[in-house]
Design a protein around this ligand. Structure first.
Ligand code: THU
Length: 133
């Protein structure tokens, strides 16, 4: 992926991370989701006092974009993790499944924390994914 575009996604995800509502885990995640029409949707994780109602940043970004009429995607930047620990947050299993609903195997997943950048394709993080057909 183009370096400038990648840095733009990372910058936007970093801004989104500041809006995370992570009162219970204190684990803040921000994402920037790039559509095939070159629009960018940002989101952060929003937690809840009731276990199970917390929503991941990635899931939220897909909901936002799909509700805005977008349904094909190129890439996502995910900024999060424990600060000062050089270990980016990778998408959870549920979010990988959400990605598989809308994206092909070449969907790019950029995971960033504390200056460290890891880049994956969806087919590597969720091989042989479940599909109804
Ligand atoms: N979280 C995300 O938003 N995205 C991920 O990929 C992993 C986890 C959130 C969920 C919860 O609010 C917090 O991080 C700790 O699990």
């Amino acid at each position: 992926m183009d370096k400038n575009l990648m840095m733009d996604l990372i910058d936007r995800a970093t801004v989104a991370r500041n809006r995370a509502y992570a009162k219970y885990s204190n684990f803040k995640v921000g994402v920037a989701l790039l559509t095939k029409t070159d629009k960018i949707y940002t989101a952060s994780n929003v937690e809840n006092a009731v276990n199970g109602l917390s929503v991941c940043a990635e899931h939220s970004a897909f909901i936002k974009a799909v509700n805005d009429g977008e349904n094909s995607f190129k890439a996502i930047a995910i900024v999060g993790g424990v600060l000062d620990i050089n270990s980016p947050c990778l998408p959870c299993g549920s979010c990988r499944q959400v990605m598989a609903e809308f994206c092909d195997g070449d969907f790019i997943i950029i995971c960033v924390n504390d200056g460290k950048i890891l880049e994956y394709k969806l087919k590597d993080l969720l091989p042989n994914s479940f599909r109804l057909k």
